[in-house]
Design a protein around this ligand. Structure first.
Ligand code: CTP
Length: 396
């Protein structure tokens, strides 16, 4: 799934400090957050706080950004969803009636993204017929209102008006974005990238794997709420947000790290392109032309351990997803690997001639005990979601 952007509007209410937690909750699910504040909101929490949390500029005034004279339009267009939390009675009334007299309300009027509003105010303001009428008006227009909770309010009153629980607000926003949290409480282990098998201190055997598929899977699993350990060979990709990365080089190192992580996992996804062989001897010093010609022209290789098959041998009820990289007879070879390796699901694809390695998209087959399903060409981010949907359905 492509990264989603949520624009968060913060209004002048004591609950504004809770928006910091909303930002963190959404970020943990892989969502990019941008913040727009009313002038009054800046009295409660400084824009610098949100800027530090989001690593994005924080918008306040309509005319603050001289390089972007129609800032409300660019903010509105960037958002996949506009959340106003906390939303005061005043801003709620303005949005309900199409009033646009500052950056936040102008953006609310100009966005075509879904609008979610989490009100927070004094109990009498919340129960005032004007506020109830405005909330009804917004709901009738398809705006999602996350009802305020009851309890002790900052003004000393007890009653309805407290900002809804941060976790409820985060859940509603993720659901509206179509982000499923169906791996919450689960542990996932992913292997990714190539392995490198040294010949001497400067030379090695390896392959063209970029690691993109494994990294997309690790990121997608974290977005769904899993605790993810990514056992990665050397790649030049940024660490996915919220994922524990264990860096390895050789197949033997990858096996040790994968076995440790898989021991506590519910799901193992083996996306690494493990080198099948390694040099039997690793020279302690650089092999020199002339002096070591025989060692350089004839490198004796030995089989590497099969990481997937080793983990599958004692998998119990854990689910294993493997890959099959083939140049021909893709489905037939992949069916063979499903059986011989003990996987529950094999993602098969054709490799070679610029296909798959390093690419951002992939055309794959999903092969399990029931048969083979050919998938259309899609981005590796999208494919990661399709694979996880299937893997989740196999979990006990
Ligand atoms: N795999 C593994 N350890 C290995 C080799 C492969 O864990 N030593 C895993 C890969 O991560 C992948 C699956 O096994 O999930 C199949 O990998 P692939 O390279 O397609 O097949 P191989 O097992 O190497 O078989 P072959 O080279 O004969 O196609």
């Amino acid at each position: 799934m492509e990264q989603k952007t949520v624009l968060i509007g913060v209004t002048g209410c004591i609950a504004a400090y809770k928006t910091c937690e909303i930002v963190r909750g959404l970020q943990k699910a892989g969502v990019r957050c941008k913040v727009v504040m009313t002038e009054h909101a800046t009295q409660f929490v400084g824009p610098l706080t949100f800027r530090s949390l989001t690593h994005e500029p924080v918008a306040v005034g309509l005319f603050d950004n001289p390089s972007d004279p129609i800032h409300h339009i660019s903010l509105a267009q960037e958002a996949d969803l506009f959340l106003i939390a906390p939303c005061t009675a005043n801003v709620l009334a303005k949005v309900a009636n199409g009033i646009a007299d500052d950056l936040l309300t102008t953006t609310a009027l100009s966005t075509t993204a879904p609008l979610v509003i989490a009100p927070a105010m004094n109990v009498h303001m919340y129960e005032n017929p004007a506020t109830i009428y405005n909330m009804g008006k917004l709901e009738a227009r398809g705006v999602r209102i996350i009802e305020a909770g009851s309890g002790y309010l900052a003004c000393g009153d007890v009653g309805r008006g407290r900002l809804a629980d941060v976790s409820d607000i985060v859940s509603v926003v993720l659901a509206e974005l179509g982000i499923r949290r169906n791996l919450e409480g689960r542990q996932v282990m992913v292997t990714a990238g190539p392995t490198v098998e040294p010949i001497d201190p400067v030379r090695y055997l390896s392959n063209h794997s970029s690691g993109k598929m494994g990294y997309a899977l690790a990121r997608a699993a974290a977005v769904r709420g899993a605790r993810v350990t990514l056992v990665s060979g050397p790649v030049s990709l940024p660490k996915p947000e919220g994922v524990r990365v264990v860096q390895v080089r050789t197949a033997c190192e990858m096996l040790a790290a994968a076995e440790e992580a898989f021991a506590v996992a519910d799901l193992g996804v083996f996306a690494a392109a493990v080198a099948d062989m390694r040099p039997k001897q690793v020279a302690a010093h650089k092999l020199k032309k002339g002096e070591s010609d025989s060692a350089l022209s004839c490198i004796e290789l030995v089989r590497n351990p099969d990481i997937l098959a080793t983990c599958a041998a004692s998998k119990g009820r854990r689910v294993i997803v493997g890959f099959a990289a083939e140049t021909d007879d893709v489905v037939a070879y992949a069916k063979g690997k499903l059986a011989s390796k003990g996987a529950d699901l094999i993602v098969a694809n054709e490799v070679g001639e610029g296909k798959v390695f390093g690419a951002d998209s992939n055309q794959a087959w999903l092969i399990d005990a029931h048969g083979a399903e050919q998938l259309p060409l899609m981005s590796k981010d999208r494919l990661a979601d399709v694979i996880l949907d299937r893997a989740v359905s196999l979990l006990p």
